[in-house]
Design a protein around this ligand. Structure first.
Ligand code: ZN
Length: 307
C-alpha cells in the first residue's frame, strides 16, 4: 500500500462557550472561521471550524461548544498538546500579543530542537506555537501579519500509558519514528501536507475524563474516498473496529478508537469548505446539515448563541 495518509486533517475539541472559542481563535490567534455549522448528533450545539483562508486540511481546529460544560480531567488516552506552526523568530511577538490579550501562564521551551511557546486555550487546554520553516500560506485577514501568522498544525502530542500500541497504528498509517527525546517519541509522515508530526508521550496519569478543553478526536487526511475505502478495509483486516464512512458535508469520515484510547478519524480532503459558500464569505452564515434545516428558525431565534 502506498502511503495513504497526508498528515493531520483537523483536530476537534470540546468547549464550554461558543463565544469564548470564536473570539480566542479568530481575534487572538488570527485564524479564519471557515464554517459555522452544528453538531450532526446534537444540532443545538455549534460545530465551529477555524483554519487558514480556505480551511485547507492540516490547518483546521474545530470545536463543539456545549455551553457551560464542565472542564475535562487531563489524563492518558488523549491529545495533551495541539501545536501550530509559526515563522522562525516570531515567538517574541506572539508572547507580546498574548500578554496584551491577558492570556497568562505562558511557557517557553525547546522541544525536539524547535522553539515552542505553550499557552492555555479558552478552556485551559494546552496549545502551542512552534517556530518552524513552513511554506504553507497563512490567513492574514484576522489581524496577524504574515511574519507571525499561524501556518497550520505543526503537530499533536498524545499522552499515553504505553506508547507502543499507538506507535504501531501510526506506523500502519505510514508514520516512522524519527526522533526520541527522553521517553517521548516523534513520529513523522515522510511525505505530508505540513502537519505530518505526531509525538507520543508516556504518562502515569489515569485515563482522561473528557469535558470542555479536551480534544475529542484527531482526524487524518486522505486524498479521496477510494483511498479511505482501502484504508478502512486494511484497518478492519488488522483488527480495528472502524465505522462505516459518514458524510460530514465537508468531508467523508471514518472513525476508530486506537488501543491507547485516542479516537482517530480518517477524513477525505474533498469536497472542502467552499462546497456551500463563496470563498470570500466562508464561515459567515449558519450552515445546517440537510436533516437539521427544519430547525433553522429555532436555532437562529436564540437556540444558538449568536456569533
Ligand atoms: Zn472530525
Amino acid at each position: 500500500m502506498t502511503q495513504p495518509i497526508q498528515g493531520v486533517h483537523h483536530v476537534t475539541s470540546l468547549a464550554s462557550s461558543a463565544r469564548g472559542v470564536d473570539s480566542f481563535f479568530t481575534r487572538i490567534l488570527g485564524l479564519r472561521r471557515v464554517k459555522k455549522t452544528v453538531n450532526f448528533d446534537a444540532p443545538d450545539v455549534y460545530h465551529l471550524y477555524y483554519g487558514n483562508g480556505l480551511g485547507t486540511p492540516g490547518t483546521v481546529i474545530t470545536h463543539f461548544p456545549f455551553e457551560g460544560a464542565k472542564r475535562g480531567r487531563p489524563g492518558t488516552g488523549e491529545v495533551s498538546v495541539t501545536a501550530f506552526s509559526v515563522p522562525l523568530g516570531s515567538l517574541a511577538g506572539w508572547r507580546d500579543r498574548f500578554l496584551g490579550a491577558a492570556v497568562q501562564n505562558l511557557r517557553e521551551d525547546v522541544h525536539f530542537g524547535q522553539n515552542r511557546l505553550l499557552f492555555p486555550g479558552p478552556d485551559g487546554e494546552v496549545l502551542a506555537l512552534v517556530e518552524s520553516a513552513d511554506s504553507r500560506a497563512p490567513w492574514t485577514g484576522g489581524g496577524v501579519d504574515a511574519d507571525m501568522a499561524i501556518r497550520g498544525f505543526h503537530s499533536v502530542m498524545l499522552r499515553l500509558a504505553d506508547t507502543a500500541p499507538t506507535a504501531q497504528i501510526l506506523a500502519f498509517l505510514g508514520y516512522t519514528e524519527t526522533q526520541r527525546e527522553g521517553e517521548t517519541l516523534r513520529m513523522t509522515l515522510p511525505d505530508n501536507n505540513g502537519a505530518g508530526i505526531v509525538d507520543l508521550e508516556i504518562s502515569a496519569l489515569p485515563m482522561a475524563v473528557q469535558g470542555a478543553g479536551s480534544v475529542h478526536h484527531v482526524a487524518f487526511a486522505v486524498a479521496d474516498r477510494a483511498t479511505q475505502d482501502t484504508l478502512r478495509a486494511n484497518l478492519t483486516k488488522a483488527g480495528m473496529g472502524v465505522t462505516p464512512a459518514i458524510d460530514r458535508d465537508y468531508f467523508h469520515a471514518i472513525y476508530f478508537r486506537t488501543p491507547g484510547g485516542v479516537l482517530f478519524e480518517i477524513a477525505t480532503n474533498p469536497p472542502g469548505f467552499t462546497r456551500d459558500e463563496d470563498p470570500d464569505h466562508l464561515g459567515e452564515a449558519l450552515k445546517l446539515p440537510r436533516q437539521h434545516e427544519h430547525l433553522r428558525q429555532r436555532l437562529e431565534g436564540g437556540g444558538l448563541v449568536p456569533l
